[in-house]
Design a protein around this ligand. Sequence first.
Ligand SMILES: NC(=O)c1ccc[n+]([C@@H]2O[C@H](COP(=O)([O-])OP(=O)(O)OC[C@H]3O[C@@H](n4cnc5c(N)ncnc54)[C@H](OP(=O)(O)O)[C@@H]3O)[C@@H](O)[C@H]2O)c1
Length: 273
Amino acid sequence: MRVAMVTGVSSGIGRVTALELGRRGFHLVGAGRSADRTMPVVEQIRSAGGSAEYLELDLMRLSSCLDAARRFVESGRTLELLVNNAAVGGTRGITPDGFEIHFGVNHLGHFMLTMGLGDSIRDGARIVQVTSAAHFNADGIDFERVRERTKSLFGWKEYGTSKLANMLFVRELAKRAPRLHVYGVHPGMTDTNIIPKIAKPFLRGRLFTVEQGADTVIWCATSDEVADQSGLYYRRRESRPPSDAALDDVLANRLWEQSETWCLETGLDSEGP
Ligand SMILES: NC(=O)c1ccc[n+]([C@@H]2O[C@H](COP(=O)([O-])OP(=O)(O)OC[C@H]3O[C@@H](n4cnc5c(N)ncnc54)[C@H](OP(=O)(O)O)[C@@H]3O)[C@@H](O)[C@H]2O)c1
């Protein structure tokens, strides 16, 4: 059975993506930090005749990301699809490992998970990284600032930086692992928990439903139309140019090298996919 792992399936775009992949015959590994919030999705897939399991993963903790990857590797299975979907947005803080919370969860946690999975991600597999058009708001990565508590009032500046990191990761991983297909997806402004409640009345009529938001994620995960592509940025089922900063190869390489160093310091012992 083809195995797909999706992070952050407890709500929003990840939940719809997981349900659809389960419906399409994947065995779904729903990775999240809360069994209470994730098991209902696992049960929903099972009760519709599909196959699914919960994998504990707290992206805020690099050790948890490594443990999750190791547990999957030790199961002896291979992954056909990895959807790095989970994220925080519009919050403030610092992770237990000392990273700005958006950078730590949205970028570095997924970096550790993907590296830890290593060659259990099989040849020809797809990795879909959910990024955001918010990456256009960041013109670079300040490697000092990503090690400090959130500075901006609501954290949206740091969210943009983390989403730039996601897009740089897509391009660099596509370059370093030509055996894989890697896609960066902006789902569109979607009515999920990440949109602040206070903003929703002002966005009425302009937000995608969760099904619309998940559409391009599922399309990149499964469509024959993108089967030969890698390293590109998509919105509304089309590849589009990402920001100039996202096209900076020197920055992409530096982010990779620095992220790898941080992960090696926290126990990573795999050379990645
Ligand atoms: N909605 C939009 O308008 C929009 C626009 C552009 C991009 N995106 C992107 O779309 C993706 C999905 O977001 P969404 O809109 O569906 O938001 P959401 O409903 O808030 O879902 C976020 C998911 O991430 C999980 N998560 C958060 N922190 C985590 C952690 N430390 N460890 C593991 N899982 C964690 C949440 O799980 P818990 O239940 O444990 O909190 C939840 O399942 C994100 O990458 C986001 O950046 C969304």
